[in-house]
Ligand binder design. Structure first.
Ligand SMILES: NC(=O)c1ccc[n+]([C@@H]2O[C@H](COP(=O)([O-])OP(=O)(O)OC[C@H]3O[C@@H](n4cnc5c(N)ncnc54)[C@H](OP(=O)(O)O)[C@@H]3O)[C@@H](O)[C@H]2O)c1
Length: 366
């Protein structure tokens, strides 16, 4: 049995990953977080025994020896926010001889994982960061369509979420840069934009419809200009299912940019609670798009639009697809490279979506 430990295993995304991996015959799942009672309760609901629920702190100085004593083969780290986090969990996994997969969306965190490359190679383990919608799925989509371009010039992508609010770690991460400046590559040069500003309306295919979007600071903004040389523009925007909630964040972003507010991070808890109350009144549908523009192989102008649409509040399973697919590959004994890499080029779109077959999630290829 391949032992997979999910750190943050009863969190919003962690619990969904556990739900899927619990049914895997080749995997013995361990659910971990700082609160053992919550781990026991989740494990019980999944039909696991209490011994598969653990109190484990990502910051614990003895994390490596605990992982080794448990015989963990693969750690899935969901205990964000990752923005500003150190690589302690990945280092502990490497020291314990375990593979490591995280769901990070912190730009510097994901891009910087390569500093563990030598250690991961020496220990013979697979280490990857950003195994989630971004950049794992987004890069898989670009890789799929790249051969249709002689010159890919722009990658514009985004996500419109459904009503179900993600966990606190996600909200703290994405509100952390609300109204704050960051760099984005546009028209061949780096320029400053502000988190959650540049309000725009994007029409997703049915059943999602039109959504308001704003700027997010994600790993793709720094990884894609390196991975796809010649690309002159990379943008990413996201938005909430409810227009009122989105406009509230947009106003807060402006007030932060104008130094009237210090930011929105401190309000993550009440905003999270509010979005849970509002869930029944908001659309349960969400989507993702990747829009590619450039010159086709025949010299013609080419624009390709790829979409993923989700209903019945199944959208929150989308960020879980990469870690589920990678854990299954490792459990099956598929050969994954030793070393530490941002999660780009690690999975195909088909690999990714194979982990989401049970859900109301539909791909609309370009
Ligand atoms: N790259 C992408 O496309 C993408 C998309 C979506 C989400 N994400 C990432 O997913 C991460 C998880 O989000 P979420 O919505 O699931 O958050 P969440 O519901 O708040 O879950 C975080 C979990 O981590 C646990 N945790 C926190 N600190 C811990 C520590 N020191 N040691 C052990 N466990 C700890 C929490 O439980 P306790 O507090 O009880 O320990 C909780 O179970 C976010 O940080 C976000 O970056 C990435």
């Amino acid at each position: 049995m391949h032992i997979v430990l999910v750190l943050g295993g009863y969190g919003f995304f962690g619990s969904r990953i556990c739900q899927e991996l619990a049914t895997d015959a080749g995997i013995r799942l361990l659910v971990a977080g700082r609160d053992r009672q919550k781990a026991v309760s989740l494990a019980g609901g999944l039909g696991l025994d209490a011994a598969q629920a653990l109190a484990l702190d990502a910051q614990a100085p003895d994390l490596a020896s605990r992982l080794a004593a448990l015989g963990v083969n693969t750690v899935i780290h969901t205990a964000g926010p990752f923005q500003g986090q150190a690589y302690g969990v990945a280092e502990a996994a490497i020291a314990a001889g375990a593979n490591y997969i995280d769901l990070a969306d912190g730009r510097d965190f994901v891009a910087g994982i390569e500093r563990l490359d030598a250690a991961a190679r020496a220990r013979g383990v697979y280490v990857t960061s950003g195994a989630s919608s971004l950049p794992a799925l987004s890069s898989a989509v670009v890789d799929r369509y790249l051969p249709r371009f002689s010159r890919l010039e722009s990658i514009r992508h985004g996500i419109g979420s459904g009503a179900r609010a993600p966990g606190l770690a996600t909200m703290r991460g994405v509100f952390g840069y609300c109204g704050k400046p960051f760099q984005r590559f546009e028209d061949g040069r780096w320029r400053v934009v502000w988190g959650w500003l540049d309000l725009r309306r994007y029409r997703f295919p049915a059943p999602v419809g039109a959504r308001l979007l704003g700027n997010l600071d994600v790993p793709d903004l720094v990884l894609f200009p390196q991975r796809y040389p010649g690309v002159r523009t990379v943008t990413f925007q996201a938005g909430f299912a409810g227009a009122t909630g989105h406009l509230f964040v947009w106003v807060a972003a402006w007030l932060t940019r104008l130094h009237v507010l210090p930011g929105l991070a401190a309000l993550a808890n009440p905003l999270h609670a509010m979005s849970e109350w509002l869930e029944p009144w908001i659309s349960d549908k969400g989507g993702m798009f990747v829009s590619l523009e450039g010159i086709g192989t025949g010299g013609e102008k080419l624009k390709l639009d790829w979409h993923l649409v989700a209903a019945q509040n199944h959208g929150p399973f989308i960020p879980c697809g990469a870690s589920i697919a990678l854990a299954r590959k490792l459990a099956r004994g598929d050969i994954l490279p030793h070393g530490a890499f941002p999660c780009v080029g690690q999975l195909t779109v088909e690999d990714y979506l194979s982990a989401l077959r049970a859900f109301d999630i539909r791909e609309l290829p370009a």
